[in-house]
Design a protein around this ligand. Structure first.
Ligand SMILES: Nc1ncnc2c1ncn2[C@@H]1O[C@H](COP(=O)(O)OP(=O)(O)OP(=O)(O)O)[C@@H](O)[C@H]1O
Length: 232
């Protein structure tokens, strides 16, 4: 079986700026993986390459053995760092839209999550706070039965009390054959749900490790270790 995600000598340049440099990376199935790095380290660039929104300057990126395209978009569920949904749409219309668009969208799961987060399906996005909009987007993304969920800053605008529920939602809505890749700066909030972390800096991967290994070898949390490695 092909790895879920494989990057071979992957590089991406924007003009003179090298955003990713010669990255080799493999992601297995059934893991929750944190993509962690300081501002400008290349996280969003990698995520956009996974989603076929950018093309590599050099090297290769494969999902289930296939380059990003129509086939991989069926199995990758993506939460971008910026909203792309129409503000005038009601939540229930968005659910119908996703159901039409994605054969693997589970509308019942989405309604269950909305209820638990006290979000009214008849509300339109334009009436919602930033954090509630983010919750709606995450619900849409996590309600697909995907192989790979790619979440770019999923809890950035959400209050601390809701973060735990959202993280629980992420854990309980992926199955053992799928993987969740989460890019975030809120390491302390997410590290308890992570199996693995990838540290990225200046477009290079410094470390790919299980969270347990970091805690055992370094004797500290991932958050404390990250602060030590990236100390300014
Ligand atoms: N469209 C672009 N044109 C030119 N340079 C870009 C573009 N997008 C990103 N970059 C540069 O590429 C590098 C990586 O950026 P990227 O957005 O991938 O980082 P990031 O780790 O997601 O950062 P952050 O945590 O701040 O969101 C940075 O130096 C950034 O300035």
């Amino acid at each position: 079986m092909n790895p879920l995600l494989e990057c071979n000598a992957l590089s991406k340049r924007y003009g003179n700026v090298t955003a990713l440099s010669d990255i080799n990376l493999t992601l297995e199935r059934g893991k929750i993986v944190g993509l962690l790095g300081p501002n400008g380290s290349g996280k969003t660039t990698l995520i956009k390459l996974i989603n076929g929104l950018l093309v590599p300057s050099k090297g290769q990126l494969l999902i289930n053995g296939t380059a990003p395209g129509t086939e991989t978009k069926k199995v990758v569920s993506y939460l971008p760092d910026k909203t792309y949904l129409n503000n005038w749409m009601k939540v229930k219309d968005l659910l119908n839209f996703f159901e039409d668009f994605y054969y693997n969208f589970d509308k019942k799961r989405a309604y269950d999550m909305l209820e638990k987060l006290h979000i009214n399906p008849n509300d339109s996005l334009k009436t919602m706070s930033k954090g509630t909009k983010e919750k709606v987007q995450l619900i849409l993304v996590m309600s697909r039965n995907a192989d790979l969920y790619v979440l770019d800053e999923p809890i950035g605008g959400v209050d601390p009390a809701s973060r735990d529920y959202i993280l629980d939602t992420i854990i309980s809505n992926y199955n053992e054959n799928s993987t969740v890749l989460i890019s975030t700066h809120l390491i302390a909030d997410v590290e308890n749900v992570l199996d693995e972390v990838i540290f990225i800096q200046n477009g290079r991967i410094n470390l790919q490790s299980s969270v347990d290994d970091i805690r055992m070898k370094e004797g500290k949390s991932v958050d404390a270790y990250f602060r030590e490695v990236y100390k300014c």
